[in-house]
Design a protein around this ligand. Structure first.
Ligand SMILES: [Zn+2]
Ligand SMILES: [Zn+2]
Length: 260
């Protein structure tokens, strides 16, 4: 995949602050694609063919359903169901033919071939069960975002200093940055980049751990009079830092139960 370097969205996200700015970009990418798939573009033949083939994962059906456009969702499902039913029947019949042959009991190479045919059919069903066109577009956007971050870090001194002061990365995005860095940064820049990440991540995770501990203390009557400090929303923030932004910020409200 050829990387598309687009610096403005990276600057927007890092300036917005908070951890993790790659999650901020991921959320924007997700919202944009979701709008597109429920909107007019899904009626365009090129998009329609791709949606029909790949469909959406459970999480993204949940997102699309939550957007409340039942007709758009149904129109997309209609032809996708049609194509999925055909592909499912085809995989089932391949599995059935292989199972028949396995039942008759082959030997040696023919036994291995039958088992391979069975596994290939199962594998196709496995892909169908997980496939998601929205996830693949988001993965492409993330690859471009990571590439742009590395490009800016290498070439733009101002970005490098803003980056050094950012609020940390979730584990999935830390992994993405580290995985791509050797391919996208010159080898002599790599140690400096790892060092910058180490200075950002350690303190961010340690502070998060202390916030979780303070949150727990607030459930102890001896600490009831103490201030919440930064711990009221420690649970969703810790989950979001560990796994990428998953829980909504307003989740923080429900954490007040029992602590006061
Ligand atoms: Zn993230
Ligand atoms: Zn998905």
């Amino acid at each position: 995949m050829k990387l598309h370097i687009d610096t403005i969205p990276v600057w927007d996200a890092i300036r917005q602050g908070g951890p993790c700015f790659l999650c901020t970009m991921r959320d924007r990418s997700e919202a944009t694609w979701a709008e597109r798939f429920l909107g007019a573009s899904v009626m365009e033949p090129e998009w329609r063919i791709r949606v029909n083939r790949h469909g959406f994962c459970a999480r993204h059906h949940q997102l699309l359903y939550g957007m409340g456009n039942r007709l758009g969702h149904a129109l997309m499902l209609e032809s996708h169901m049609h194509e999925t039913t055909a592909a499912m029947n085809e995989a089932l019949s391949r599995a059935g033919r292989a199972a028949d042959a396995m039942g008759r009991g082959g030997l040696g190479r023919s036994k291995a071939r039958q088992e391979e045919a069975y596994r290939a059919a199962v594998q196709d069903l496995g892909t169908m069960a997980e496939d998601c066109i929205l996830c693949s577009h988001m993965a492409e956007d993330t690859a471009n975002a990571v590439g742009t971050v590395l490009h800016l870090w290498q070439h733009d001194g101002e970005f490098r200093s803003v980056f050094a002061g950012c609020a940390g990365f979730c584990l999935p995005h830390l992994h993405a940055l580290l995985a791509d860095a050797p391919d996208l940064l010159p080898a002599k820049e790599l140690p400096g980049f790892i060092d910058a990440l180490t200075r950002i991540e350690g303190p961010a995770y340690e502070t998060m751990g202390s916030d979780v501990s303070w949150f727990i203390k607030k459930f102890d009557y001896r600490y009831q009079a103490e201030p919440w400090k930064n711990a009221r929303d420690a649970v969703p923030r810790a989950v979001n830092l560990l796994r990428g932004r998953t829980l909504p910020a307003d989740e923080a409200e429900s954490s007040r139960d029992g602590g006061e």
